[in-house]
Design a protein around this ligand. Structure first.
Ligand SMILES: C[S@@+](CC[C@H](N)C(=O)[O-])C[C@H]1O[C@@H](n2cnc3c(N)ncnc32)[C@H](O)[C@@H]1O
Length: 214
């Protein structure tokens, strides 16, 4: 199997070793699901992408590497999947708005089940966190990943925990790491450029930044 990116490796390794079904949604080359099949104790991976060409070539590659019982390829819009209430659902490498829309669809089907969700989206992370919190999801863990100069927030959540989802992140920050400081500055300047200095997210990020000066 080809070496995967640092981001994929960190996402995969946040999962507890579990004998569960995992959904690799919007999977593209299927790097996350393939890594899990190879390195983690997962029962079966369902790979989903809406582009037929992507799924055809992925299925050929998977057929060479894994037995047929361990994976299934589904060419469809990820909103249409039919998971069972104990599955692990991963949504990675997509925008925050799509992640919200997908979670909205799954929560209608699964309600407050034992499913766990691993989400590593870009942009609109505050909106995504707020949506998850409003829907009573709890934090299992969170990480801020740096990979080749780009930053990614990773959220591992479920309805089973007790820790409230922090709206701008909490344990993920490590301010001895320059990448984290730059990410906070970049997020603040994003809200400033949009003229959103009175908005709740801006004020929360600003508070966090100010607390570093003390
Ligand atoms: C940038 S890739 C992300 C690949 C991988 N998940 C990762 O983290 O590297 C985004 C993929 O999402 C797929 N996609 C976008 N919207 C989708 C949807 N509604 N349903 C299924 N696949 C979708 C695209 O076809 C594309 O292959």
């Amino acid at each position: 199997m080809k070496k995967v990116s640092k981001r994929i490796e960190i996402i995969a390794n946040i999962l507890e070793a579990e004998d569960k079904n995992v959904w690799d949604l919007c999977c593209d080359h299927g790097q996350l699901g393939s890594y899990l099949l190879e390195n983690k104790n997962v029962r079966k991976v369902f790979f989903v992408d809406r582009v037929p060409k992507i799924m055809d070539s992925l299925e050929k590659i998977l057929n060479h590497s894994f037995s047929k019982e361990r994976f299934e390829c589904q060419t469809l819009d990820a909103h249409e999947i039919d998971p069972t209430p104990n599955d692990v659902i991963t949504i990675c490498g997509v925008g925050g708005q799509l992640a919200i829309s997908l979670m909205n669809a799954f929560l209608k089907k699964l309600k407050e089940s034992e499913s766990t969700y691993l989400i590593c989206a870009h942009y609109h992370m505050y909106d995504l966190r707020l949506f998850l919190r409003d829907n009573h999801l709890k934090l299992i863990s969170e990480k801020l990943i740096e990979d080749q100069g780009r930053m990614y927030e990773l959220l591992y959540v479920s309805h089973m925990g007790s820790e409230e989802i922090p709206l701008i992140g909490s344990k993920m920050w490590d301010f001895s790491n320059l990448h984290h400081i730059r990410y906070l500055d970049k997020t603040l300047s994003h809200y400033q450029k949009k003229g959103h200095q009175e908005s709740a997210p801006y004020l929360l990020y600003k508070n966090l930044k100010d607390s570093l000066k003390n």
